[in-house]
Design a binder for this molecule. Structure first.
Ligand SMILES: Cc1cc2nc3c(=O)[nH]c(=O)nc-3n(C[C@H](O)[C@H](O)[C@H](O)COP(=O)(O)OP(=O)(O)OC[C@H]3O[C@@H](n4cnc5c(N)ncnc54)[C@H](O)[C@@H]3O)c2cc1C
Length: 449
């Protein structure tokens, strides 16, 4: 990179990456819990993909029964700390809270959940669940992300011998390597990994299935297999100059930031992020918090089509991120092999495509140049097709593994799947729900229950 942003002081990094949602104090938690109306039809519970009994865990906080509250939460969701801190609650449980209809502030369900689960981890994970006696069956899980961990925890409690194979050196998937540090730290994710290990689950890190251990060996070892491999990196932009120094993949950049060794992550003075999904927003705000002077988001559609959640967009605006809507990159121009500027073209929205989204079309002769020192590509993640193609008779559609949504069983009966590899990239809570459901699908497959 030609123009590096100056490094910040340790205090500045700590301040920039400090948590945006603070923990409740005891008084705040009890007061907030007492606001809950304990609705008869619990719209919040229905809106949560893991269907946590929200009003019950909140009631237990009101009576200061935090152990009971944690148990109620974990009975439905093994990834409860990450979800408490990183779930898009505005569009899920809190978005469904009846207070919204009355024009009042919804119950802060995420922060209350965090209050109970923080208590559970701070108190050394008191035993709340007892695994059933071993049933003699073994399940292999590919990937230690939230879907794999949730599936493993549930199976271990049912008496299965469970081994998770994880390619990376740390388990947790994107909870460890992807979620913005101002929402949660990777150490939080590792607490959830420990919780799952406490149930007797074996986690073998540094093992890529299909490379370090073959699919055939895996099949020989286990009675059933869960695929929780998530997605791959971003696809290519397919424009000239993509191989210049200073071009980065969003996930690779974000991964360096989540390790919290902030001073070792180089960032340009002027950064352009291509794409406007939640990951693009994370990459942009993280670049800004590392000290970039100017961060721009380049998006080929308009503001109303951007896939990022509204509150993520607001966060980016608060951080001073500049948005170029209806703009597409056309060429990346460098000098001496290093990114220097980006040629963009203005777009207009044409007729709707099959999904009903208006297709962006270039406006002839509207090219212009933006000087940049670093470009972060964040145009969605590719499916892990190369890996998935190694499993025989595994049906995919647009790269997503096809499952029966009741059991999460794939077209190859020995395999079950969940999380981003089946939905193309949603949220942690969806992965947690899928993993748990798959565990019951596996149990039905093995024992016919
Ligand atoms: C940058 C970013 C930020 C996000 N922020 C949020 C957020 O704030 N809130 C939220 O709810 N969601 C967020 N998400 C989405 C969320 O992280 C994912 O939906 C969720 O992690 C998916 O879980 P998963 O188990 O399917 O896959 P992953 O979390 O991707 O885990 C898959 C695991 O499988 C491993 N693996 C892959 N292939 C193999 C193989 N062949 N052998 C062995 N191991 C393998 C991978 O190394 C990885 O650890 C974010 C996503 C991204 C990309």
């Amino acid at each position: 990179m030609n123009n590096l942003a100056p490094k910040l002081t340790p205090d500045q990094y700590e301040k920039n990456f400090s948590e945006i949602h603070l923990a409740f104090t005891r008084n705040q938690a009890v007061a907030e819990a007492n606001r809950c109306l304990y609705c008869y039809d619990s719209p919040c519970m229905k809106a949560c993909p893991t269907h946590i009994d929200i009003s019950t865990f909140i009631k237990k906080i009101a009576t200061e029964n935090l152990k009971g509250s944690a148990k109620t939460i974990l009975e439905s969701n093994w990834i409860a700390l990450t979800c408490a801190k990183a779930c898009p609650v505005e569009v899920l449980c809190e978005g469904a809270c009846v207070y919204n209809e009355r024009g009042e502030k919804p119950i802060e369900i995420g922060r209350l959940q965090r209050y109970a689960i923080d208590w559970y981890f701070k108190h050394g994970m008191p035993q709340l669940f007892t695994p059933a006696p071993k049933n003699g069956k073994s399940v292999g899980i590919i990937g230690a992300g939230p879907s794999g961990l949730a599936c493993a925890a549930e199976l271990a409690l049912m008496g299965y011998d469970v081994t998770i194979y994880e390619g990376k050196k740390l388990a947790g998937g994107l909870d460890t390597w992807g979620i913005a540090p101002y929402k949660m730290s990777y150490e939080d994710s590792l607490k959830e990994v420990k919780l799952v290990e406490n149930f007797g689950v074996k986690i073998k890190t540094g093992v890529w299935i299909g490379e370090d251990l073959s699919i055939q060996d895996l099949e020989r070892r286990h009675d059933a297999i869960f695929i929780g491999v998530g997605l791959d990196t971003s696809p290519d932009l397919k424009i000239p100059g993509e191989d210049l120094k200073g071009m980065h993949d969003a996930l690779e950049f974000i991964e360096k930031v989540t390790t919290r060794k902030w001073s070792s992550v180089d960032v340009g003075k002027r950064v352009a992020v291509i794409g406007a999904g939640n990951t693009a927003i994370d990459a942009a705000t993280e670049a800004k918090r590392l000290g970039a002077e100017q961060v721009m988001i380049i998006y080929r559609r308009s503001e109303s089509e951007m896939p990022a959640y509204h509150y993520e967009y607001e966060l980016a605006k608060q951080d001073g991120i500049v948005f170029y809507f209806l703009t597409a990159p056309k060429k990346i121009i460098g000098s001496n092999g290093v990114v220097e500027r980006m040629e963009c073209i203005k777009m207009k929205l044409g007729t709707p495509d099959v999904k009903g989204r208006r297709v962006p079309e270039p406006i002839p002769s509207s090219e212009f140049h933006i000087p940049v020192d670093m470009i972060i590509k964040s145009i969605g993640q590719k499916p892990a097709e190369q890996f998935l193609s190694q499993i025989s008779n595994l049906k995919t559609q647009n790269g997503k593994v096809v499952v029966d949504f009741e059991t999460m069983q794939t077209s190859n009966p020995k395999y079950f799947a969940g999380g981003d590899c089946i939905n193309g990239g949603k949220e942690v809570v969806n992965a947690a729900a899928d993993g748990k459901r798959a565990a019951h699908g596996i149990d039905k497959f093995i024992f016919g229950k």
